[in-house]
Design a protein around this ligand. Sequence first.
Ligand SMILES: CC(C)=CCC/C(C)=C/COP(=O)(O)O
Length: 261
Amino acid sequence: MKRPTDERKDTRSQFTADSSLRVNYLTPKCLPSESPTRRRGSSSSTGSGSGQGLPEEDGIRLNPSFIRVALSSLLAIDLWMSKRLGVCACEDSSWGSVRPLMKLIEISGHGIPWLAGTAYCMYKSDSAPGQEVMLNLLMGLLLDLVLVGIVKAVVRRRRPAHNRMDMFATFSVDRYSFPSGHATRAAMCGRFLLAHLVLAAPLRVLVLLWASLVGLSRVMLGRHNVTDVMFGFWMGYCQYNLVEMLWLSPQTLQGLLGQLA
Ligand SMILES: CC(C)=CCC/C(C)=C/COP(=O)(O)O
């Protein structure tokens, strides 16, 4: 239960945040960024000219209370949207009948089929360039698992409350939701396929559609919040650049294997 003193505290912090928004969301760089009262006090002690003027500024920075308000508003919108969109979170949700289809899309973006499929294609490929491409996709997939695991372990954002944890083959970090590993994989693999396979236009559209559906299904199944998926897409997009930078040529691979032997 809130005490009267808590009520007063809340009102004051709202006032500070609100006045920051209205009057002073851009705070001069060298001024303390707390309340307007504190700033007024400090400006008189600077002894500048008239005693009321502000010191010379060479830059501006955002008031931390503005950033805090902006972030908590974004978070509130994120939670609200994710809850509204989680229409397949369980069988008796409003779109519960679509849940099996969403789970199929989930499997299509899972790490195990991608790792197994890529290893199989590499083994079956009878051309050196084909093997090289598959080897680098395999490396990208492993890199993705490691990077997503690290970010999940650092951020430790819980999955939405309406999620049912019935995914198959997960790591312990997969109890956390930020970022969505399916979204990073879909973005990275989507970019990889578009860049390295010669695909007709309808197939290219299909790849983009699949990646988008994987992201959407994460929120509809209630597995993730919208921001987990958006960040996941961005992270996967960047991961592809990393794969290109670290590209393993057959010569590099032979050198590495030679060192191991
Ligand atoms: C066991 C292997 C190889 C991968 C785990 C894949 C997985 C279940 C990731 C979690 O994805 P979300 O973060 O999108 O829920």
